[in-house]
Design a protein around this ligand. Sequence first.
Ligand SMILES: Cc1ncc(COP(=O)(O)O)c(C=O)c1O
Length: 385
Amino acid sequence: MFKRYVERRIVTPGPTAVPPWVKAALLRETTNPDLDPQFFQEYKETVDMVKALVGAQRGEVYLWAGEAMLGLEAAVANAVKPGTKVLVVDNGVYGDGFADLVKMYGGEAIKMGLDWRQAADPSAVDRALEKNKDVEVVTLVHCDTPSTVYNELGEVAKAVSSHGALLIVDAVSSIGADEIKFDEWKIGVLIGGSQKALNAPPGLTIMALSKAALDRAAEVKRGGFYMNYFVWKEWLDKGLFPYTMPDVLIYAVKESLRRIFDEGLDSVYRRHRATRLAARRAIEAMGLEPYPRSVECTCPTATAFKPPTSPAALRDHIWKKYGVMLAGSWGPLEAELMRIGHMGVQASLDYLLSAVAALGLGLRDMGHEVDVGKALEAVLDAFGQ
Ligand SMILES: Cc1ncc(COP(=O)(O)O)c(C=O)c1O
């Protein structure tokens, strides 16, 4: 018996595969990020690249050491005070999860009670805000990774800004994979992470803040140090960081952004959409049911579907035998769903072919007769278009 793979492949929806150019950046000579002016310059250049990526020329952008959860919590902590009414666009695990954060900071979460398998209807958001005139903050997840349901951010943002509420957006799974126009869409706070479509290791949270978000934070007066926007501004204005930055992670994200701009944003976004279509067709060709109700309401970065067997057992089998890592899901969807991540470099023909082939073989090994050839053909057809 021969070994069935020579190289393991990560095809999960974050953390993702780390491509060679990002690995090379991680191996750069380290420095003392508190003292080295060259590092401070590179931090600022990375911030400028993020601003260009998400259209935040008028916003403040910070790159913080810490998981994206830090960004979500900071966004809520700096916008919510006891009694603040927050409309929670709750179609997904993270969408719904915002309600918990709101409650932890003393706010009143008004959940919309949405269907988790489809995009939030912007007109329903508009109606909810019409009905609840005292809502000051709205939370939304652009790509809800555990369910892979995608919301039309631009449209929802339009509805929110017409009511003058502050929009907090979790874009952890969309930054670098889908168009975001922070200033134009009047987004209040946008949160991203390093380990999804930017294909860097976990450890950085990206925060974009509008003037309205900073004004709101000044009013809320959360105080504290680690999540305090004003502490960051004060220190950066002096050419310093409030705490030690993981220099190599900044280099990694910078290199990833450089490659994204080299390819061109339009190409990057179209590549993710082509992969989304190809992944859905492959799943359907194997007779499996995708979780989002349509391809349009599926994240450009991941596709969830219902396997005919335990997701955990299937995932483990595929990893051990074929060296390809797919993901299950979690929270209320853990027992039900499997996911293929198509983020950054994984939004490509070769990664998707590996994922679909390994999935098909894994299902066959476990006694489920699926047409792997038809699924691979579906991928090739969709990419060939
Ligand atoms: C949509 C979304 N938001 C937030 C997070 C939290 O990110 P982290 O694990 O970096 O804290 C994740 C992680 O999977 C996510 O998928």
